[in-house]
Design a protein around this ligand. Structure first.
Ligand code: ADP
Ligand code: ASP
Ligand code: MG
Length: 817
């Protein structure tokens, strides 16, 4: 004997029902079957809402229409499959159910209330419809209807009854002896209450119906047929990377279902475990798949089996210092709840001051308040117990697996993952079998919590979730490099995806990551402008856990918001020098935010483009080095211009050539003013601990103050030859002193200056030209010979590569947590 249960998702439409019939016909050739059927998907929920509406004097006619249409459309879909007589019989049956439902709803609306007994009778209608349709589809004398309300005996709440397996076994066996069958179709969810009326077994309770029948009949197995290939490491509807689990122990399955894995009703496993009946989860849409096997053994090779969530809970705390050490308080709390059939999902108790916290379904908060008030009336009025503390909109996130019993550090990793997801934990608990560890969190954080925990425990593929703002030369080059490297990184288990690209007018977002082959076209078609709140909502909605804003603009406004971005949980990576050269207070604010939020602010490319200068300086200082002096050529364009001067070119020709090759800013005055170099020097100065502002940098521009630098770029370039003699002479002078002219940035004795300087031939800076940058550091550790870093200090390729390597650093940070 085998028991097979098909859920609502397997009975949603004609197509699914026929698939079920096919499976049954095939299986019936091998074994005698008891088949438990749920209501067609959605039907029970529609009735539940109808009852609520009738009870609260809400107009329920539209909802009633929806229910009727749902059932009738399903019946009509069998038009070409069933005979007119069969269809007529089904239609009459459904009509009778509809009339019964309507009559009851009128009564409920009149009274303004509905007893659980009446509600049970109405809620369980859909199951009968499924059985009738399946009987018609199978149409054979060997197929019979097994009446659940005669055979399953239950007690307790009419809406959430518990089955007496022993009595049920007797009844079913008796029924079987009188009704020979090949396939017995039994409506799930329904049972007879010990008081004689019909009752139901709790929402989603057909799984439990199947389990009690399988236990009662000592079946070979109990198969639960649904719409997924079995149990996954998380709800596959919510976590796309969820991994299939081939085998579970009864205890693991029980914990998973208790803590919210909807695939099994929480009461299902206990009877199967008691009678040692294996449970198999199968997919109606993919019967060839092996499914998930649940038995006493389980699979010891996988320590953790899944993460589940229970939502719409309230966390309630009973506390009062006056009750410290008073015995029996918790027993009173929980028995007063049990008396009112309020089930508690999780309990934690403090050991010092008296305080007990527990989770209940949010819908039960009023009932809990009443129960506790009644039970502790005296203690509340005398102040021994404080008024209840109630936190609503909470959820429980649980990590489940037998391996937790034996393997150290799994719970620690769970809580570290929650910290990494920036999720605040309001309470925590470990079940006594040490198979489950649970955290109570705000429901709005639940998705993030599951995403990070799942990644850390199952997919082991850390992600970098990129949002590029500004896609000029550097931004575009970065996107190209990312496109090129995505596969390479994927092989190394890193998921690098660009979820957003923005320019000054448009913002493009894509939930699955942007296809970097044609982002330009997509971006130009984007309708909205960049707005951080939109990006933030996007990140929240898609549970991106390592979001990075890459600012490739030169915008001051954007730079002024970095601290906000970081406080919102984003890393910031940028070649934009503005933020680091604004007021010192803001400089500290960004870093404080980054420390507090465990996020990174990375700006390696603001000085020396791709050269790892910031990293080197931070590394030296961390190792206890003290910097004495810094000298550098920090501008690629000026490096190029002074190289040409050295080769005998005139100043104006050199500048023009640099401009034509794209080394200078579009307006070369931006380079020649010395301001760009001054900003870079300020960043270096602050990096080594000097508390300076931009005004504190002595800037000697390349254009003397008396030179007329006004007008258009072209006008300015025309006039530039007036400086040729001055620079030719200065270069000549330098050469006679065995030196060369360079535009140098210097930090010495706490003072910063940028200026044209004649650099002696033996100075490492003398060799720097052709767009190269160099940084020369003298320090405790590097003397008398200095530490020198040299290479191209400008250009989209090296700058983008530098940004790329900053992006990778956010990953190290993520893994550290
Ligand atoms: P049925 O109608 O067959 O009873 P349910 O909707 O009740 O189906 O249960 C199946 C659903 O359970 C799946 O579609 C899936 O979204 C959800 N689910 C939740 N947690 C898990 C999990 N850990 N593994 C597999 N499915 C899960
Ligand atoms: N039809 C019932 C429900 O939707 C029982 C079940 O499907 O398991 O809750
Ligand atoms: Mg179900």
């Amino acid at each position: 004997m085998q028991v097979l249960k098909f859920g609502g998702s397997s009975l949603a439409s004609r197509q699914e029902m026929e698939a079920v019939a096919k499976i049954l016909v095939e299986r019936a050739t091998k074994a005698q079957l008891i088949v438990v059927l749920s209501a067609p998907q959605g039907v029970t929920s529609l009735i539940e809402t109808l009852i609520q509406q009738a009870q609260t004097a809400t107009d329920y006619t539209a909802q009633l229409d929806t229910w009727q249409t749902r059932c009738n459309t399903l019946l009509q879909s069998f038009d070409s499959r069933l005979s007119p007589a069969q269809l007529q019989a089904l239609t009459s049956f459904q009509q009778a159910q509809a009339e019964q439902l309507q009559r009851h709803l009128q009564g409920i609306a009149l009274l303004g209330e509905c007893s659980n007994k009446v509600q049970a009778r109405l809620m369980a209608m859909g199951e009968l419809l499924s059985v009738r349709i399946m009987l018609a589809l199978l149409a054979s004398d060997n197929v019979r209807e097994l009446p659940a309300e005669q055979c399953l005996l239950a007690s307790g709440d009419y809406l959430n009854a518990r089955v007496d397996i022993k009595a049920t076994a007797k009844r079913i066996k008796h029924w079987c002896s009188e009704n020979p069958f090949n396939i017995a179709l039994m409506p799930g969810y329904r049972a007879q209450h010990e008081e004689g009326d019909l009752c139901v077994l709790g929402r989603n309770g057909s799984d439990y119906s199947a389990a009690v029948v399988a236990a009662a009949m000592q079946a070979q197995s109990c198969e639960i047929w649904t719409d997924v290939d079995g149990v996954y490491t998380a709800d596959p509807r919510r976590v796309s990377s969820a991994v299939h689990v081939a085998r579970l122990s009864y205890e693991e399955a029980m914990e998973l279902s208790h803590f919210g894995a909807k695939i099994l009703h929480p009461k299902t496993i206990a009877p199967l475990a008691q009678f040692r009946v294996p449970c198999v989860i199968k997919n109606t849409n993919n019967p060839a798949a092996a499914g998930t096997w649940i038995d006493a053994e389980g699979d010891h090779s996988l320590p953790i089996k899944g993460i589940s969530t229970l939502e719409q809970l309230a966390l309630i705390t009973v506390s009062g210092p006056g009750l410290k050490g008073v015995a029996g308080i918790s027993a009173r709390v929980f028995s007063c709840l049990a008396q009112r059939d309020i089930s508690v999902n999780l309990i934690t108790q403090s050991s010092s001051e008296f305080s007990i916290s527990f989770c209940v379904q949010q819908a039960n908060v009023m009932a809990v308040k009443k129960a506790i008030r009644a039970e502790f009336e005296l203690e509340l009025s005398s102040g021994l117990i404080k008024p209840l503390n109630i936190q609503k909109n909470m959820a429980i996130v649980s990590l489940i697996g037998d391996g937790m019993l034996h393997q150290l550090g799994l719970a620690a990793r769970f809580f570290a993952s929650l910290a990494q997801a920036q999720v605040n934990v309001s309470a925590m608990a470990q079940d006594s079998s040490e198979r489950t560890v649970s955290a109570v969190v705000n429901q709005s954080d639940c998705g993030d919590a599951v995403a990070v925990c799942h990644e850390n425990f199952f997919t082991h593929m850390p992600s970098i979730d990129v949002f590029v703002v500004g896609c000029g030369t550097v931004g575009a080059q970065l996107l190209q490099q990312i496109k090129r490297q995505q596969q390479f990184l994927h092989k190394r288990n890193v998921k690098l995806r660009v979820y957003g690209i923005a320019n000054s007018r448009q913002l493009l977002l894509a939930a699955q990551g942007i296809d970097l082959n044609n982002w330009q076209a997509k971006l130009s078609g984007a309708k909205t402008a960049f707005d951080f709140a939109t990006v933030q909502q996007f990140v929240k909605r898609h549970h991106l856990i390592n979001p990075v804003i890459v600012d490739c603009t030169t915008s001051t406004d954007l730079a002024a918001r970095y601290a906000d971005y970081i406080r919102a949980g984003f890393h910031v990576v940028t070649p934009n020098k503005k933020a680091n050269t604004m007021a010192m207070d803001y400089y500290h604010e960004i870093r404080n935010a980054a420390r507090a939020k465990h996020r990174r602010f990375l700006y390696e490319t603001t000085v020396g483009a791709g050269l790892p200068i910031i990293d080197a300086v931070q590394g030296l200082q961390n190792a206890g080095d003290r910097l004495h002096e810094f000298g550098g050529i920090l501008s690629g364009s000026l490096s190029y211009i002074f190289g040409l001067l050295e080769a005998g070119q005139s100043f104006s020709t050199a500048t023009r050539q640099a401009r034509e090759l794209g080394y200078t800013e579009p307006d070369p005055r931006d380079d020649l003013s010395g301001m760009d170099v001054a900003r870079k020097l300020l960043i270096m100065a602050r990096e080594i601990g000097l508390q300076l502002e931009l005004d504190d940098i002595a800037i000697e521009p390349l254009i003397p103050a008396e030179f007329d630098a006004s007008g258009s770029v072209e006008d300015f370039m025309e006039r530039l030859s007036a400086l040729d003699d001055y620079y030719a002479q200065a270069q000549q002078q330098a050469q006679t002193n065995n030196a060369v002219l360079r535009y140098v940035a210097l930090i010495r004795d706490g003072k910063c200056q940028v200026k044209v300087e004649a650099v002696a031939a033996d100075n490492p800076l003398a060799a720097i030209k052709d767009g190269e940058n160099a940084l020369v550091i003298k320090s405790d550790y590097y003397q008398p010979l200095p530490f020198v870093l040299r290479g191209y200090g400008a250009g989209a390729t090296v700058t983008a590569a530098g940004i790329f390597s900053d992006l990778m650093r956010t990953l190290a940070w993520q893994q550290q947590a």
